[in-house]
Design a protein around this ligand. Sequence first.
Ligand code: FPP
Length: 224
Amino acid sequence: MSQARHVAIIMDGNGRWARQRHLPRIVGHQRGVEAVRRLVRAARAMGLEALTLYAFSTENWRRPEDEVSALMSLLKRFILSDLDEFVADNVRLKIIGDYRALPADVVGLIEEALARTARNTGSILAVALNYGAQDEIARAAARAAEKGAITPETIGAELDTADLPPLDLLIRTSGEVRLSNFLLWQAAYAELWFTDVLWPDFTPAHLEEALAAFARRERRYGGR
Ligand code: FPP
């Protein structure tokens, strides 16, 4: 059995969860944040070194303005309410994606959270914000070219995730079976696990189920 070190999740289905209950979409996102809280704690308890969550993509700017601003304020509230716990639990917060394009107050809070957790060594919570994998790969390739050679190794070393363990398992909720521009490079050898469960209903037991499936699979990295 191999133990996963790094799990990433595409948290999908908040809108459908709300629609099924005749509630506003934002309520689905609020419940989605509750699921994030549960999962972050559980991932730590399960011994994961890194958890990467797809919170806001480069494409999400196309959503209605009130939904975008509601997501930003949920993010702010999440940092304000949970940062002390991350500091106490030795969790290092990391952002992948170009978060500096977010509203200035969100950027300020993020930078405070990054600074306060920078020296933590217990586990890593990476949040993807204004993230798109093609954009990440293009930025990494440009930096690699500036330094000399473009190879898989030099690009890999310039990715936003360069300081994270290799991605072992990528989970997507809500029944969609695609990667939606998330961690395309890092997914090269990751196991993929899809579930119909909508994100607000995702529990630590589902994560355990995915990890157990991962442990049963034999990874050959193209060899035999
Ligand atoms: C997908 O549901 C979810 C998102 C686009 C946003 C995910 C954000 C959160 C869970 C909250 C903020 C995160 C943190 C880390 C505090 P959808 O709206 O695409 O659902 P649908 O496909 O059913 O409409």
